[in-house]
Design a protein around this ligand. Structure first.
Ligand SMILES: Cc1cc2nc3c(=O)[nH]c(=O)nc-3n(C[C@H](O)[C@H](O)[C@H](O)COP(=O)(O)O)c2cc1C
Length: 195
């Protein structure tokens, strides 16, 4: 596999920022489809793909979501053209006969609620990361958020209990002039070991 050039790494990582202030610019539904078309190929355990996504776009649904977020996240969520609820399917293992047909992977999970809960969270979080990178690759900016009342989001958007929220991502075109200076990252030596 060839490595990508620096411009791609810049767009996905080194120059990409978390945005809090949004341009009043529409995000087409086709772009949301393209995000999913790319991110769904990111790897997950046994190809289990537990993430489920609700793209909140309409004013009415956005108002219901804004009601669930922390005070510091209200304005950015209200003004973002789209807010994605990155959720997971609490019974994701029921899809394994389709997604991992060459093994009886469903039986690895059935009856093991702890493993279901852990792998749902690990793998939907990975998929949330793929979501952010896919959105950036398609020219969108992201603003991920963990500051919200999960019970409230689940009651408002997933009342049947089949899906549960993991985190939220505001999506759109950010106002770069409103960014604060980038915070530092840990150095390789602080964060990594080669053994
Ligand atoms: C899972 C997750 C939860 C976050 N929660 C919030 C939040 O509730 N509110 C907020 O303003 N930013 C939130 N952030 C944004 C982070 O603070 C931000 O991504 C980080 O400081 C890096 O900023 P940068 O991408 O501009 O370098 C969250 C980010 C992630 C990935």
């Amino acid at each position: 596999m060839k490595s990508v050039d620096q411009a791609v790494l810049a767009q996905l990582f080194t120059e990409a920022r978390t945005h809090n202030v949004w341009q009043d610019k529409h995000v087409d539904d086709a772009l949301l489809q393209q995000i999913y078309a790319a991110m769904k190929f990111g790897p997950t355990a046994a190809n289990s793909s537990p993430a489920r996504i609700v793209f909140v776009k309409s004013a009415a649904e956005k108002a219901r979501l804004v009601d669930c977020v922390a005070p510091g996240n209200v304005d950015k969520t209200r003004s973002a053209p789209v807010t994605a609820i990155i959720a997971f399917d609490n019974n994701f293992h029921d899809q394994l006969p389709k997604l991992f047909p060459h093994a009886d992977a469903r039986s690895w999970y059935a009856g093991n609620d702890q493993k279901i809960a852990r792998d749902a969270l690990v793998n939907s979080s990975l998929q949330g990361g793929y979501f952010i990178l896919a959105a950036r690759a398609l020219g969108l900016d992201c603003g991920p958020m963990g500051g919200f009342d999960a019970a409230k989001v689940n009651a408002a958007f997933f009342p049947d209990g089949k899906w549960s929220v993991n985190f939220l991502v505001n999506l759109g075109y950010g106002v770069a002039e409103q960014l604060h200076p980038r915070n530092p990252r840990l150095s390789f030596d602080e964060a990594c070991r080669i053994v």
